[in-house]
Design a protein around this ligand. Structure first.
Ligand code: FES
Length: 176
């Protein structure tokens, strides 16, 4: 390239690629639409999957009663649990029959009869047994089925810590 050509090239104005008006409008409108759709759709997506991402199984022990109040004679204690069922949160009230075994250890039984699910009560007939008012099922203090029902009462998982009785999920009876 001669000196003259080099000089001309250096002084030639830089050619910019102009954006057409149509392209500008397409990009602007497209970007704005994408931004607005994202703002509207992302919260819905998060709402839809949120319960699936929530950690489960932590902190499922519930404080129920001071250990000093638990006697050898079964007593009925009510407590509430925080329950999340998909998108629905609730605080149902549960019942446990809590007492001490011969070894002095605290245990807690479910009040749900294993025959057809009625609610059992302690010693309503003076036999030191749990009785079911529906079809006369009977259970020992340990929850062992004595009549009508064909399995023992479920037990709550029990943790005693610092003088407080905490209950966890129901498990199969370990005492009978
Ligand atoms: S439900 Fe308890 S005896 Fe039938």
């Amino acid at each position: 390239m001669s000196n003259h050509e080099q000089h001309e090239t250096a002084h030639r104005p830089v050619q910019r690629k102009e954006m057409s008006r149509r392209q500008f409008l397409s990009y602007t409108l497209g970007g704005t639409t994408a931004f607005m759709m994202g703002g509207a759709v992302l919260p819905m997506v998060r709402f839809a999957v949120d319960p699936l991402l929530t950690k489960k199984g932590e902190g499922n022990l519930v404080k129920v009663v001071e250990e000093s109040r638990v006697t050898a004679e079964p007593q009925e204690f009510k407590f509430k649990i925080h329950q999340i069922d998909g998108w629905y949160e609730s605080e149902p009230e549960l019942v446990a029959w809590i007492s001490r075994g011969n070894d002095g250890k605290v245990f807690a039984l479910s009040p749900v009869c294993k025959h057809l699910g009625c609610t059992i009560f302690w010693n309503t007939k003076g036999h030191n047994e749990y009785d079911c008012p529906c079809h006369d099922a009977r259970y020992s203090k340990d929850g062992k089925n004595l009549a009508v029902a064909n399995s023992p009462l479920d037990e709550y998982e029990v943790v005693v810590d610092n003088g407080i009785v905490y209950l966890g999920p129901l498990v199969k009876n370990t005492r009978s």
